[in-house]
Design a protein around this ligand. Structure first.
Ligand code: GDP
Ligand code: ZN
Length: 317
């Protein structure tokens, strides 16, 4: 799904000077029926929009009276809701923080890395709860698996430790968001990084009870050291858009660093195809057998999900 990139929104009639003088701005908050636009001067203004207008936080716009003209997007982050619908979460992000802690489900990291890469966002890992002794083992394992694939930041939101490195990562001008399963500490991290948010920690069930039309405020926060963090509650706890077998075969972490992997078949799934360069590198020990096994596991899951969706008659896969 590609939203209409050049959609303009008409509401009130325009006077002719406003019509000519569009002001470039950035959408920094979405309140459902209105968006907040930040102008280069630092001034902010609310502009009314229709529900499902297609405008999202991170969009560059030109404001002409009450009309928003959307500029082309560099990236689009999508989420899938429980019923399979795809929604645009934020525009023009360039990094995605994958937050994990002990007991995070296996496979989540790899899927999130692949989903980020598909959307052309740079993934990075935030290993939270490093104050707990049981996190040490997880951290060692993640460092051995993902070093060379993605940046890794060990942190503790409760002790406010390790977060300076995350801030430095953002400081080069990155704009990002956090994803992770419930309970890993995303709200806690956002509270430490953006103290003005004051999210309720461990209060996720609040969102689940909300009706379909209830407004979820989505905001873009400028970090004090530079960079920006988008907080979209409706995204933090819903799934990333599912990945396809092709995405997985191309972007799976651990397959990079081997130059262009050139298999005999262009759409090779690296399972049992003849002339598969991945299988060959696994047999040479260049790709860890363990990573390859994880890849095959996720590939099987993705194929199963696809078959199930197909049997339910869902399109758009
Ligand atoms: P979210 O569901 O990902 O937003 O997670 P929350 O921020 O709501 O945190 C879930 C639980 O983990 C809460 O009880 C937090 O107090 C706890 N928690 C968050 N960060 C840390 C941390 O760094 N260390 C420890 N020990 N607990 C944490
Ligand atoms: Zn292959």
């Amino acid at each position: 799904m590609k939203p209409d990139r050049n959609k303009t929104r008409c509401s009130e009639s325009l006077n002719s000077s406003d019509k000519q003088e569009g002001r470039p701005g950035l959408i920094v908050a979405h309140h459902g029926v209105a968006v907040e636009v930040l102008f280069e001067t630092g001034e902010r203004r609310m502009v009314r929009v229709k529900r499902n207008s297609g405008h999202v936080v991170g969009d560059d716009v030109v404001v002409i009276a009450e009309v928003l003209k959307q500029m082309p997007r560099k990236t689009e982050l999508l989420r899938r809701d429980a019923r399979g619908g795809i929604h645009l979460v934020a525009a023009n992000l360039d990094v995605l923080g994958i937050v994990v802690a002990p007991l995070s489900p296996s496979g989540f990291i790899d899927r999130a890395i692949v989903a980020a890469r598909v959307a052309e966002l740079q993934p990075f890992l935030v290993v939270n709860k490093c104050d707990l002794p049981e996190t040490a083992e997880l951290l060692t394992e993640l460092i051995s698996t993902y070093t060379g694939s993605v940046p890794i930041f060990p942190v503790s939101a409760v002790e406010n430790s390790g977060l300076a490195a995350v801030e430095q990562f953002f400081a080069v001008g990155h704009r990002g968001a956090f994803v992770g399963t419930t309970g890993v500490g995303k709200s806690s991290l956002l509270n430490v990084l953006c103290p003005e948010i004051e999210l309720k920690v461990g209060a996720l069930s609040d969102y689940k009870g909300q009706g379909r039309h209830t407004t979820t405020v989505s905001t873009l926060h400028a970090l004090s050291g530079g960079g920006e963090l988008v907080d979209t509650p409706g995204f933090r706890d819903f799934g990333l858009v599912e990945i396809t077998e092709d995405d997985l075969a191309i972007y799976f972490p651990g397959f990079e660093g081997h130059g262009e992997i050139t298999c005999k078949f262009r759409n090779c799934r690296h399972r049992s195809e003849p002339g598969c360069a991945v299988i060959e590198r696994v047999s040479q020990g260049l790709i860890l057998a363990e990573r390859y096994a994880t890849y095959l596991e996720i590939l099987t899951e993705v194929e199963k999900e696809k078959a199930e969706l197909r049997s339910k008659g869902w399109k758009n896969q």
